[in-house]
Ligand binder design. Structure first.
Ligand SMILES: Nc1ncnc2c1ncn2[C@@H]1O[C@H](COP(=O)(O)OP(=O)(O)O)[C@@H](O)[C@H]1O
Ligand SMILES: O=P(O)(O)O[C@H]1O[C@H](CO)[C@@H](O[C@H]2O[C@H](CO)[C@@H](O)[C@H](O)[C@H]2O)[C@H](O)[C@H]1O
Length: 467
């Protein structure tokens, strides 16, 4: 029998959703947030614990959610999700499993959403308009995710947030507003789970922990990133044809994606505050971009060769008359888009994972999202290019040429459809700065997460100011 702290430390460390990889930490506490009701005979007791992580590098403590399934006997079918055996104050000595892998445990969650119990610490909230299929079996999504997503048949999808920050979760807040507004470009929100945040005496701050979001399962969805890669491969396979001549041309989809983003921005502007920022604020924006570059230079020394050019692009912001800011997506790229038979949907409104929650909800320029998409249209062909395999020198040059052609064609189609007109010189200056800022962010992201890909954003940084 082991202490939960000792059991959960390696479990968290090894989980793919753990965002602090590479940083040494100690688990300093595990707090029971509540029991998920709906226990049935022979089924597990299901509870949600919150683990507190203290980092040795002195960074702020972080909280991670661990939904657990407690069984009196070992469960062979759940061996892959076994955490350990512990003496639990509420459930007695139990064999404990990661609940998101367990159909029996997730059925308790679903039943709780279908008929939200009252008076418990865990409160299940629902939006009207959709009756849940409580018979649907759960399946855990695999893949590189920072949260855990569980599909209930083809009816609903539960996103269990892993890293928990006290306060309103932007993904829930934005889905709530866009769903109630009837937006066609998000999966409808069905509900969410929250509980009160325990506050120390004298401590201020938001008094809620938002733990999970239940939404429409997009049955017919294909990932926008996968579609883009397929289109590039199509082009590369047809060495003699141009991007507009091959069957898998993506420009029509890129344009529809531009329209979907424009409509989403309009709906967000209608329902969240919009502010006009004066010229002075653009100086502050340039300063923030310069600070991000300073920090990036410590992580990616190769950026130094391009620092002057980048600072020049940011300095141009100070000459602009002002900027309109509003609620935006904040971390938009092709991997956050899904093509369904009913058009494009945008997912994951959590914002940039590296930013504190309080910053992510601040109004920002919609051009930041546009810049994110433009960067993604650059990434897709470069990723295919680097994985296409060994070949003759001439063919490699040909592919580099085609990669640039694909990228330009789709960026232009997306931008034209987004704006519906030519951009003003001021808008171009703003967009160029956001694109540069995003590419700098990506050099850090790739260095930390996929070092062999860092050449993609570095090459983009090197092109800045050249064209
Ligand atoms: N409503 C949905 N229906 C079907 N699949 C979805 C839905 N929302 C997201 N997905 C899929 O789940 C993946 C992860 O979702 P996302 O919200 O980006 O999670 P994370 O924050 O963990 O990265 C997406 O790339 C997408 O393929
Ligand atoms: O999806 P997340 O919110 O976790 O975003 C992070 O990871 C993304 C990679 O999955 C990263 O996106 C970068 O790589 C994409 C290709 O994999 C590319 O399409 C994007 O343009 C590029 O920025 C994102 O930056 C990061 O925040």
């Amino acid at each position: 029998m082991t202490d939960p702290l000792e059991l959960l430390q390696p479990f968290i460390e090894q989980s793919r959703w753990f965002g602090g990889k590479g940083r040494a930490f100690t688990l300093t506490g595990v707090r029971r947030l509540g029991e998920v009701p709906g226990h049935v005979a022979d089924g597990p007791r299901v509870a949600i614990d919150l683990a507190t992580l203290a980092y040795e590098d002195g960074g702020e403590d972080e909280y991670y959610q661990v939904p657990l399934a407690f069984y009196p006997e070992p469960q062979a079918r759940l061996e892959h999700a076994y955490i350990g055996e512990w003496a639990d104050g509420d459930f007695g000595t139990s064999h404990v499993y990661d609940a998101v892998h367990d159909r029996e445990a997730m059925a308790c969650w679903l039943r709780s959403f279908a008929a939200p119990p009252e008076g418990l610490a865990l409160s299940f909230h629902r939006l009207p308009g959709h009756e849940l299929d409580v018979e649907a079996h759960s399946t855990l999504f695999t893949g590189e995710q920072s949260n855990s997503s569980v599909a209930f048949g083809e009816d609903s999808l539960l996103k269990v947030f892993r890293k928990i920050t006290p306060g309103v979760n932007p993904d829930i807040a934005i889905h709530d507003v866009l769903t109630r507004a009837g937006s066609e470009h998000v999966a409808a929100l069905y509900g969410w789970l929250q509980c009160p945040a325990l506050r120390q005496e004298g401590e201020n701050g938001d008094a809620v922990l938002q733990l999970a979001m239940l939404q429409q399962f997009l049955r017919t969805a294909t990932d926008g990133w996968d579609l883009a890669l397929a289109s590039v491969r199509n082009l590369f396979a047809e060495a003699d044809l141009h991007a507009d001549e091959v069957g898998g041309d993506f420009a029509g989809e890129a344009a529809r994606l531009g329209e979907a983003l424009a409509e989403t921005h309009h709906t967000l502007a209608d329902h969240f505050p919009v502010e006009e920022r004066a010229s002075d604020d653009l100086g502050a924006l340039a300063a923030a971009m310069n600070r991000r570059l300073d920090a990036a230079l410590d992580v990616v020394p190769d950026l130094a060769a391009h620092a002057d050019e980048l600072r020049h692009v940011y300095a141009a912001l100070s000459g602009l008359p002002g900027v309109r800011v509003q609620r935006i997506h904040g971390d938009l790229h092709l991997g956050q888009t899904l093509r369904t038979v009913r058009g494009w949907k945008i997912v994951d409104f959590e914002g940039e994972p590296a930013k504190p929650l309080s910053e992510r909800a601040l109004p920002d320029s919609p051009w930041r999202d546009v810049a994110g998409m433009l960067r993604s249209f650059d990434y897709a062909p470069r990723v295919v290019e680097r994985t296409w395999g060994e070949d003759q020198e001439g063919a490699i040059e040909q592919r580099a040429y085609r990669a640039a052609e694909w990228s330009t064609r789709n960026r232009d189609a997306f931008l034209a459809a987004y704006a519906g007109r030519d951009l003003t010189p001021e808008e171009r200056t703003l967009l160029e700065a956001y694109v540069a800022d995003k590419a700098v962010y990506e050099t850090v992201y790739e260095t930390r997460n996929r070092p062999t890909w860092v050449g993609i954003p570095l090459a983009a940084v090197a092109r800045i100011g050249v064209s």
